[in-house]
Every structure is written in C-alpha cells, then in structure tokens.
Design a protein around this ligand. Structure first.
Ligand code: NAD
Length: 241
C-alpha cells in the first residue's frame, strides 16, 4: 500500500498554533499581503520579521499532539511492511505547515512544501540553514555576510512551493491519499486530491468540518485531529498487521 498524507494548520491547532482561515484565524488579525508575500517583505521587512519572530517564539512552547504522534506510528508501521520481500509499501508525509511538530513527534521523513519556520534563506547567495533566533533586517548572512538579505525560509503567496516534482511523483503512484486539517483553499495543495484520484487512489479527508473541496473526496471523517487521526491510524495498523 502506498499512502500519501497531506497535513495543514488544523493538525497543529490543538498544539496551540493558530490556523489561518478559521473564525479567529491569523488572517482575521493581519493582512496576508503584508506578511506573506515577497512584495510585503520588500515594502516593510521589519513588520514581516516581527510576524514570523512571534510564530517562531510560539514554537518554543508548542508540543506535538496525539495526531502528530499517530502519523509517526503509521510511518513506522509502513516502514516495517516495506521490509518484506516484494512489498511496495511506501509512506509519504507532505505538510503545508511551517512548524516542526511532525519531527517533534518522531516522523522521520517530512516534505515541507511551504518551507520551515526554523530555517533562514539569504536572497543574495541562496544560503539556507537552521535559524532559531529572532530575525532582524540588519542581520548578515552567515555565508556571504551581506546585511539585510536574510528572510524566513517559508514559501509566500506568489512563490513556487518546494519539492513539487517529488510530491506529484508520489501522488501519481499512491493507493490512498489522506488530507488532514487543511481548508482545501490553498493551491497547489488543494489540487492533490484530484491528482491522486486520477491515479486511481482512494481519497479520505480528516478535518474538523468538511473543507472547501470536501466533495472531491471518497470519504470524510470529522472531528478534532487529536481524536480522529489516532483512531484512524489504529484502524490502519490493525488492518495491516
Ligand atoms: P487553514 O487555516 O486554511 O485551514 C485550517 C483547517 O484546519 C480548516 O479546514 C479547519 O476546519 C481545520 N481545523 C481547525 N482546527 C482543527 C482541529 N482541531 N482538528 C482538525 N482540523 C482542524 O490552513 P491550511 O489549509 O493549512 O492553509 C494553508 C496555509 O496555512 C499553509 O500554507 C500553511 O503553511 C499555513 N499555516 C501553517 C501553520 C503551522 O505551521 N502550524 C499555521 C497556520 C497556517
């Protein structure tokens, strides 16, 4: 069985990290054009740094929740199955989240299509590396030493998400596609369900409530991620053992 899982902000909501589009979501308080576009960064880098510095500091206290741990268990189980002769089992976890909670829960292989909050990127020399402290406009790049060119290594609106070739290759060969805690309104992630279906996969949505593209899925299970994800993973593991 080849499984592709896509997670979004909803899986981290119960860990205390706000979602974007919900009733009290982050986009009700800040303008996304100001803090999540290259143009916004060019206009006011201080404001953008302040926004991501707050998100980065929230991460220092956020703890992975049972949904993140359950996906780490599933990865481990599929990894065991894949060791059997002639077994083509494969587990792929793609996240839109820029937090590190999947890794904190023990997931070993995570594709961060929208980048990572704990990484920095230099727009002068393309340096990319770990970044855990507050970012300021006048900071020099650790590689080229240019001042003022460091930005968070996150994908903004209007930019190309990372690892798209690998993600589409996985979608085109999967048997099961599962979307967890995502509103289905951000592209290209919102089109993954269609790609997987065209490849013949069964598709399942796990979310607090039906997402904007819920009707594209074969099945939906609704409730808080910390409850419905572990219950679904337990069933998957029982069925495959
Ligand atoms: P979104 O804010 O658009 O949607 C969140 C979805 O999660 C909604 O459908 C909502 O119903 C669902 N949800 C809320 N609480 C839930 C819970 N307890 N259990 C299950 N589902 C729950 O988020 P998205 O679809 O991921 O949107 C896209 C963008 O938001 C991404 O680009 C992502 O990078 C970014 N984002 C990331 C984080 C993070 O890294 N933790 C946080 C906020 C936003």
């Amino acid at each position: 069985m080849q499984i592709v899982i896509l997670t979004g902000a909803g899986i981290s909501a119960e860990s205390g990290l706000g979602t974007f589009r919900d009733k009290d979501g982050i986009w009700t308080r800040v303008n996304l054009e100001d803090v999540a576009t290259p143009e916004g960064f060019a206009r006011n880098p201080d404001m953008v740094h302040e926004f991501y510095n707050k998100r980065r500091s929230d991460l220092t206290t956020a703890k992975a929740n049972p949904a993140h741990f359950a996906l780490a268990r599933l990865e481990q189980q599929i990894g065991q199955l894949a060791k059997r002769p002639a077994d083509d089992s494969r587990f792929t976890l793609v996240t839109q989240n820029i937090d590190n909670l999947h890794q904190q829960a023990g997931s070993r292989s995570v594709i961060h299509m929208h980048g990572e909050l704990l990484k920095g990127l230099c727009t002068n020399c393309d340096w990319r590396g770990e970044w855990s402290v507050d970012m300021q406009t006048d900071m020099p790049c650790p590689q080229c030493a240019h001042d003022g060119r460091i930005r968070p290594d996150v994908v903004w609106f209007g930019e190309m998400p990372y690892h798209m070739d690998e993600i589409f290759e996985r979608l085109h060969s999967c048997d099961l596609f599962v979307s967890i805690g995502t509103s289905g309104s951000v592209y290209p992630a919102a089109m993954f369900v269609g790609e997987a279906k065209r490849a013949g996969a069964m598709t399942l949505e796990l979310n607090l409530e039906p997402s904007e593209n819920a009707d594209e899925f074969n099945e939906g299970l609704y409730g808080p991620a910390s409850e419905i994800v572990p219950a679904w993973v337990d069933k998957m593991i029982a069925a495959s053992s």
